[in-house]
Structures are given as structure tokens and as C-alpha cells.
Design a protein around this ligand. Structure first.
Ligand SMILES: *Cc1c(COP(=O)(O)O)cnc(C)c1O
Length: 416
């Protein structure tokens, strides 16, 4: 009899977005007329079209594939040199981080990377994740067998949860127990909060002292506008010996449907085997890519490189500015109603305290039924998200302005 990976059976059933979809579908079937008015500020998907620099590069790349002289077959497993060079220079060396071109590994996105990285980390690592958290970090570790059973009320046994609360400014304290793998996300999904230099320095020191590795998710790096906030973990001294960084073009370049991201795997990062040998992770990761992947398509790699051209940079800046303006409109409207919000400054997410002491799902239902606005209940990101909702700024300006109007009508009565 063949076997299955029974760790999958440990996953808690109520995955967030299906439950949101179920509630929206139910409301829509009961209220077919107002259902037309529903505005979705829930899932973190972009709405605006591709930067033209990327679109033009893709068109040209497809033409390349139609001619024998410019045809491209299998790409190198970790990406073409010109793309890796544009990334290493544009995102790291230009900010003073000594990242080499061959430390960049191109992929079809950060979500696949966050899962694939567990293939080169061993079994039995003690995993630290924040609460609330982007569910992918938790669920991939459940699938890999690094957790215990699902707990009543959310979360899994066996993980070390790092609470993020208004009291600590959503910047988690160091764990009291030893942990091996630490997931950090800044600017954060879902809270929209950034980790400052002092916080990242504490984490790098902890990881070096404890022989841990930091998995640093910087998917929203392009939304940082405040001076002095690190854009990369490698802006912290010593991080190359203890951290892997994930980046994605999904949010900065509107690539959620195009699919491209990358990991930074420094050659200075080493682990010790059970028999005491020191092993570099770069070689393992390279081997993983060569064996398990045939890389990213020629049109997508050309589009990615185009984001680093002067025109591409100006267009991604305008795109992220646009979403940040949406975030400011939304957070200002909520604050005007007396609701405390976090995030929105260096992030496309508004993390809002629920009105009138409501729970996350109650506030979600209220906004759906009374304002016809779909948000994301904070509790879906973990117990620590209870009492909050996430509002996404990934929307058209007209929709955001309409949401602002509807919140203003709805909230005065409930906020009191
Ligand atoms: C959107 C997002 C990503 C990007 O995932 P892709 O697979 O590259 O689209 C990564 N991490 C977080 C926290 C995100 O919200």
C-alpha cells in the first residue's frame, strides 16, 4: 500500500480565503442586488496593469522566440546572468550590501521559494513565527513535519509563536526558548508594520549567538518610504552569515500573474551537520535548483530585468506610490472615525482595530453586510490577529474613494 505525507492531515481545515469566499457568496446569494456593489479589499492581489517597460520587454522577448537566431530554450536554473546582475546591483550593492550576482536565485515567486527552502533545511528544526503571521510560513512547516497538531482556536503545537501586539508595536520580542529557524516579514503582511534597524540588529545578533537562520521576507520592500528603515536584512552587519532573503516582483511590478521572485543565498551562510561538518547552503540551494527546476521563462526574465531600467524604475515607483496613496486614504478615513490603525505608511496594508470591541469575523461581517466591503479578518492570520481587520490598498482609486465614503457612513454609530 502506498503512503501519503500525513503531515497534510494536520493542516487546520478553515483556510482563511475560502472561508471569506464562502461568506461573500452566501451574502451575495441572499442579496443579489447589493452584491453588485461589493468592493473587495480582502486578498492581497494587485489591480493595476503592468508597467509598460515590463510589457514591452515581454512582447520583444516573445518575438525573440519566433526566430531561430534569437530563440531561447532552457534557461540557466538560477536565472540569466544579466537578470541576476541587475538585481544584485539594483537592490543590494546600490544600498551598500555586498551581494554577488551568483547569490541571486530567480524563481516563479516567493511563495514557492518559502516552501522550497525547507527542502534544504533538515528535519526537526524548531520554528519561530510571528503571531499574526502570513499563513504560508506556518502551513509549509506543517507539511514538512515541523509542527505538532493544530490547536483549538488557531495555531499549531510545536511552533514558537512570537506575539506582535500594539504594546510591542508589532515588533516581536526575542524568544525565551532556543529556536533554529526564524521567519521575519518587513514591511509586514498582515500588520503593515516595518522592523527598524535596532530590531533587525537584535535578531541578527540572536541568530548568530544561537546558530539560527533568519528567513527574511521582503516582498513589500518597494513600499518603504521612511528614511533609515532597512530595505534588506543584509543592511545589518553579520546578516550574510545567518539570513536568507526572499523578494518578489508581485507587488512592486504587478507580477502576481506574471510570476517572478528571487532568493538571496549568501555564500557566507553555513550550517553544521550532525557529524560536525560545516556545509555551505549556497551549494545545496544551487543543487536544489539544478535538480528540481528548469528556471523562469525568457519573456518573464526579460520583463523582470526591464523593471531595473530607468523607465522601469520610474514606473514601479509610480505604481507603489499609487497604492501607498490608497493606503493613506483608507487609514485616514478609519482614524477620522476614531479607529486606531497601523501600517499604511510603508505598506499597502491598513491594520485596523475592530470598532466597538467587535471580534475580527464580526467586524468582517459588519463591513460586508452594511458597507458591502470585503476585508480580511485579523484572526485568520492567527490568534494574535483577533480584534483586528486588514484592509488592502490594492484597488482602483475610484473603489478606494467609495470605500472611504461607505466607512464614513457606517462607522460613526458603531465606533461610539
Ligand atoms: C504577496 C506576498 C508574497 C509574494 O508571493 P509571490 O509568490 O511572489 O507572489 C510573499 N510574501 C508575502 C508575505 C506576501 O504577502
Amino acid at each position: 500500500m502506498f503512503r501519503i505525507n500525513e503531515n497534510f492531515l494536520k493542516l487546520s481545515a478553515g483556510y482563511l480565503f475560502p472561508e471569506i469566499a464562502r461568506r461573500v457568496a452566501l451574502f451575495s446569494s441572499e442579496n443579489p442586488v447589493v452584491a453588485q456593489r461589493i468592493i473587495r479589499c480582502g486578498i492581497g492581489d494587485v489591480t493595476e496593469p503592468l508597467p509598460t517597460a515590463a510589457a514591452e520587454a515581454m512582447h520583444k522577448a516573445i518575438d525573440d522566440l519566433t526566430k531561430r537566431e534569437t530563440f531561447h530554450g532552457y534557461p540557466p536554473p538560477a536565472g540569466y546572468d544579466f537578470v541576476r546582475a541587475a538585481i544584485a546591483q539594483g537592490d543590494f550593492r546600490s544600498r551598500g550590501c555586498a551581494i554577488a550576482d551568483d547569490e541571486i536565485f530567480l524563481s516563479d515567486g516567493s511563495k514557492p521559494d518559502a516552501s522550497a527552502i525547507l527542502e534544504i533545511l533538515g528535519n526537526g528544526n524548531r520554528i519561530a513565527i510571528t503571531d499574526p503571521v502570513y499563513p504560508v510560513y506556518a502551513d509549509t512547516n506543517v507539511m514538512a513535519g515541523n509542527s505538532g497538531a493544530a490547536l483549538d482556536g488557531g495555531g499549531y503545537g510545536g511552533f514558537t509563536y512570537l506575539p506582535c501586539t500594539p504594546a510591542n508595536g508589532f515588533s516581536p520580542a526575542l524568544p525565551t526558548a532556543d529556536v533554529d529557524v526564524i521567519y521575519l516579514c518587513s514591511p509586514n503582511n498582515p500588520t503593515g508594520v516595518v522592523l527598524d534597524r535596532a530590531a533587525l540588529t537584535r535578531w541578527v545578533r540572536y541568530a548568530r549567538d544561537h546558530g539560527s537562520v533568519i528567513l527574511f521576507d521582503a516582498a513589500y520592500e518597494a513600499f518603504i518610504r521612511e528614511d533609515g528603515i532597512p530595505h534588506s536584512i543584509y543592511e545589518i552587519d553579520g546578516a550574510q552569515e545567518c539570513a536568507i532573503e526572499f523578494r518578489s516582483f508581485s507587488k512592486v511590478g504587478g507580477f502576481t500573474g506574471v510570476r517572478c521572485g528571487y532568493t538571496v543565498m549568501p555564500k557566507a551562510l553555513h550550517a553544521t551537520t550532525s557529524s560536525g561538518t560545516r556545509v555551505g547552503l549556497h551549494a545545496l540551494w544551487m543543487r536544489r535548483w539544478a535538480t528540481c527546476s528548469n528556471g523562469v521563462s525568457w519573456p518573464v526574465q526579460c520583463a523582470t530585468a526591464a523593471l531595473y531600467s530607468p523607465a522601469g524604475r520610474a514606473q514601479t515607483r509610480a505604481l507603489t506610490d499609487f497604492y501607498l496613496e490608497n493606503a493613506t486614504l483608507l487609514s485616514t478615513a478609519c482614524e477620522a472615525m476614531g479607529l486606531k490603525t497601523y501600517g499604511a505608511r510603508n505598506s499597502p496594508y491598513v491594520w485596523m482595530t475592530c470598532p466597538a470591541g467587535l471580534g475580527s469575523w464580526e467586524a468582517f461581517d459588519l463591513l460586508l453586510r452594511e458597507a458591502h466591503v470585503v476585508t480580511t479578518p485579523g484572526a485568520g492570520f492567527g490568534r494574535g490577529g483577533e480584534g483586528f481587520i486588514r484592509i488592502s490598498a490594492f484597488n482602483s482609486r475610484a473603489n478606494v474613494e467609495e470605500v472611504v465614503r461607505r466607512i464614513a457612513v457606517l462607522m460613526p454609530s458603531t465606533a461610539r
